[in-house]
Design a protein around this ligand. Sequence first.
Ligand SMILES: C[S@@+](CC[C@H](N)C(=O)[O-])C[C@H]1O[C@@H](n2cnc3c(N)ncnc32)[C@H](O)[C@@H]1O
Length: 362
Amino acid sequence: MTSTKAPPTKIVRAIERARHALYRIHQRSAPPAASMMELIMGAWISQLISAAAELGVADELANGPATGEDLARRLNVDQDALCRMLRALIGIGVFRHRSDGRYELTALAETLRTDSPVSMAGMARWVGSAQHREHWSHLADAIRTGSAVVPALRGKPIFDYLADEPALAGIFNQAMTGLSESSVTAVVAAYDFSRFATIADIGGGQGRLLAAILASAAHARGVLFDLPEVVAGAPALLRQYGVEDRTRIDPGSFFESAPKGADAYVLKHIIHDWPDDDAVRILQNIRTAARRGTRLLLIEFVIPDHDRNFHGKWVDIEMLVVANARERTAAEYRQLLDTAGFRLTRVVDTVGPLSILEAVAI
Ligand SMILES: C[S@@+](CC[C@H](N)C(=O)[O-])C[C@H]1O[C@@H](n2cnc3c(N)ncnc32)[C@H](O)[C@@H]1O
């Protein structure tokens, strides 16, 4: 299980600023065209990582170091092509070539194991899937029109499209669970959930965040609310984390209703999935279900007012391409919350890129 220890936020922010400065030095230490080429080749790096995840290379190397010949035989792939893929990835720190000629995992490669405590395998496969690549290949159109690519290309919104594509939906849900895993420690360390008796996670996927919250709040009960086909996969996960007895699974759509009477409503990576009018509808449905004074906690990448690199600025583009949605500033969240009957009370920073926007039902 993930540890709930997180380093102090101030130290992490200072390290981020230092990394930013080093990155600028790194870029300026090469001719601009060479640095630009490096950026452009980011797509190839991403696709190689995705292919390694799809082929299960890290899972196979988890059994121990292996020669190219052994690995190719066990993975049922072409040995020469596999070794060329590993050669490229080794150069950027994913996998290592030992002096005895065998390949082994590095700390980065460990994250591509499907059973890694924080697995990025699902995310790598989602971003590298043919469908996701196709969506991003239309990015210039999305910038031209300001409209999402997916509805135009697939004839339906992303979550309806995923409902019709079970294999891709499986990869997406695995990606979301991995992402949740990577952020639960930071979220749970930043906020005291133990003061709430009932906590509803709206759009909570298969329950990974809720399980971590309940582990940190021993007397709280949870409600997991998401689409029926998504929560179908939740019981096993809730059992794995020993919180199934304290969790009620409530299938449904947040465009129709929300579970009534919770003391806190958590929405992680939900509001960013939707344009303003849909986001307000979701929030209003929660407001209808909630008592006055109830806490609402939005866990999102809040766009900062600095010009440094920030994870949320990239996810913002994913939101544009996929769903006509966006990452928002704190002022933009305040506005949405006001419209839906909530008042933003504070923004709690976590050690990761996520913030917790705490609001109260008025
Ligand atoms: C980006 S994922 C976030 C999942 C989870 N909160 C997390 O952070 O890992 C968005 C979630 O919204 C759910 N969702 C989409 N449309 C929904 C709807 N109409 N009603 C309820 N949940 C929905 C999806 O099934 C998915 O689990």
